[in-house]
Design a protein around this ligand. Structure first.
Ligand SMILES: [Zn+2]
Length: 107
């Protein structure tokens, strides 16, 4: 088997939501008009699409090692940034990080 960890093709964009999306990490709703993160990647022969919110992006930035998409809550708990693997705690952590970062607009 090949190396499954590194996608062959990877495209990341930061669009503004036109319809509601759901964050793949913390599960919160990304409302229309909100900027979010969109990544499309090709692993072997299958495409994966991930959408995540500004708050989760701040959490990703605070975790200083690689992680797998869709498992941010586990990694945040491993890094002892949150007390347990709880999506609510992940959301609250993201909210705090974005607030500390100014108003959260990094781009
Ligand atoms: Zn999120």
């Amino acid at each position: 088997m090949g190396d499954l960890d590194q996608p062959k093709v990877c495209t990341a964009t930061v669009p503004v939501a036109r319809i509601e999306h759901k964050c793949c990490e913390c599960g919160r709703t990304i409302s229309p008009g909100t900027q979010y993160y969109h990544l499309k990647a090709l692993w072997d022969d299958s495409w994966g699409t991930f959408k995540w919110c500004n708050q989760c992006d701040a959490v990703m930035g605070a975790i200083d090692h690689e992680f797998e998409f869709g498992r941010l809550v586990e990694y945040a708990a491993d890094a002892e940034m949150i007390d347990e693997e709880s999506l609510q705690e992940l959301q609250e952590l993201g909210d705090r990080l974005v607030q500390e970062d100014g108003d959260g607009r990094r781009i």
